[in-house]
Design a protein around this ligand. Sequence first.
Ligand code: NOJ
Length: 762
Amino acid sequence: MKNISLLFILTAVFFSCKKEATVTSINDPITTKVDSLLAIMTLEEKVGQMNQYNGFWNVTGPAPKEGDAAARYDDLRNGRVGSMLNVTGVEEVRKVQKIAVEESRLGIPLIIGFDVIHGYKTISPIPLAEAASWNMELIRRSAEVAAREAAASGINWTFAPMVDISRDARWGRVMEGAGEDPYLGSLIAAARVTGFQGDDLSSPLTIAACAKHFAGYGFSEAGRDYNTVDVGTSTLYNTILPPFKAAKEAGVRTFMNSFNILNGIPATGNALLQRDILKGDWDFSGFVVSDWGTIDEMISHGYAKDGKDAALKAIKAGSDMDMESYHYLNHLKELVENGAVKEGLIDDAVRRILRLKFELGLFDDPYKYCDPEREQEIVGSDEHHAAVLEMAKNSIVLLKNENDLLPLKKEGLNIALIGPLADDKTSPLGNWRIAADDSTAVSVLEGLNAYDGNRITHRQGVKLIEGTPSFTRETLINTTDRSGISQAVAAARGKDAVIMVLGEHGFLSGEARSRASLDLPGLQQELLEAVYKVNKNVILVLMNGRPLTINWADKNIPAIVEAWQLGSESGHAIAQVLYGDHTPSGKLPMTFPKDVGQLPLYYNYMNTGRPNTNNPGEVFWSHYIDMENTPLYPFGHGLSYTSFKYDKLKISKDSIQDEEVLEVSFELTNTGERTGTETAQLYIRDHVASRTRPVKELKKFMQVILKPGETQTIIMTISEEDLAFYTDHNRWQAETGNFSIFIGGSSETSLDTSFYYKNNIF
Ligand code: NOJ
């Protein structure tokens, strides 16, 4: 009897949806469908759509506090769940979807979320590494590959991209973002959203993206994860928000709020962020999911007195879906019934959630992501491995290469390969690769062994970590066991070259992995120095999830290759670079400090009232008495196996006004002996403004491939849009005044000129 009446209701709804779609809402048939469905939902069912449960199989936050698997199945049946996370694989997804669709009263399908951050099974470089490619097409493609694999495994929503700007390498999650620059970060945000979502969200090979963490999470005090964030208007609007805006403009369908407080108000309860800026000024039509338990955490923040108060504050502030706090489920109905929350707020949130479910095509076929044959065919395909290899090669940054030690000859060399990460097949996968299997990356040893002309002797030297590290457990660093150092030194003695693979284990960066020191962890520095004593021809290959302080290596080691954590094809990419089959072209998306005490350190800093006067002996200026202000490697730095010369900088006019465009041209010449790719960078400085502006801001860049001896004239343009910032009048505007232009191969530019801009409107 129950089934017959349900069937009748559903048929009537969908029939009427279709009918109304053709008659009344030609422009937006989805709105009609959403409204029709909403009209027959009970308040409890609406609240159910706003609840997201973890799947119990895989945990990416503190263990769920309430319920067990059986209770969660019951909640699915009773329409009390709108989304699940961490349920993967077509079989598992089909199981939960079937309950939601076939056993709940209205049969509303679940949206299935997962942290597809840099690949699903086939793993791409960590996002910070990808950012070092400055190659938007490769980054887009990497997200597309990740989306294809995830979608083929039952998932239709990723919690990515993380677009948090970060300037403090102590924060473990710098590995997950695009670095310190809002312009580069904005381009990358858009590329990733486009890659995940494609141009057809209803395709079974694309998934919805999520711009996170809204907002300010990357600015946690002292780089300690989850810590307080306190930033002014200028930093919020000019630095933190632009990549979120770019993601929105690229069509991202969801946002995730964040753990932190922002200027005293938790992001989850922050109406300025979620209601005024995102849903108001930016007119965002998608929905906002809380981060894991953040509604509940408002109690610990001292912003809500209990779960009910937290639910009230979160819904009012514009958080639409509750990830793992249960406070919406437990309190929203009562809050509406006693008049504290208007049902209109609930309707708005549910509309947004249902809209995405329609856009994904889940109402047409809730099992569209659950085809086992497609899963088999797509996940881990050769095509995907080729894509992540290409991404990996282009993510590598050559930090130093004295006397052209690199590339190495492919034949006749006797090489020692040393270090705890040299044969590691797990660390290169990095953090946030939860669907990938351990030990599936190509190690450096395997990569080098794919070339058979040289003799490789491998020694670990020291262990980096104790035990088997995992995403959900603290990783312990070996600080005592030196037993392998002497064997490593013996192996290095007399060899033509020594390749040392050192850095961080994959689980030493990522969520909750803040570090107070940025030195090589454990006994690796000791190992490096011991080996260097017997052989000076050391090539240091760094694997790490964040900038490290490697001053000693920079002073002593002739060649340093930043290889981050490059994913499934890591070893192949590194070997191809070491042997010159790929000429490195990556550029740092984040400044490398000399000392952790310099942090936060970034290239686009403000001048201060007391900048360096270069007067010897001067004391009263903004500096440290025991350390320079300058970085070890600046933002934008990255060498090649060839060299480039920048010359003949010209601008089309000395002054422009309003929407006029300034043409900037210069010559770029390959002055070396190999073909190479250079990323030419253009920075500006706005000298006097209603809010102080950074000493340099990246505004344009271009990647150019040049043959030896070849010169190309590069033209870039600057217009009002590039000069605009969030002014003291609280609007985006380019202000009248003098500007400098700087050109070069890093933020330490080599050429400059200036022009005048006149804004006649303001
Ligand atoms: C917490 C993280 O901050 C967030 O980025 C992630 O998406 C969720 N956990 C879900 O795993």
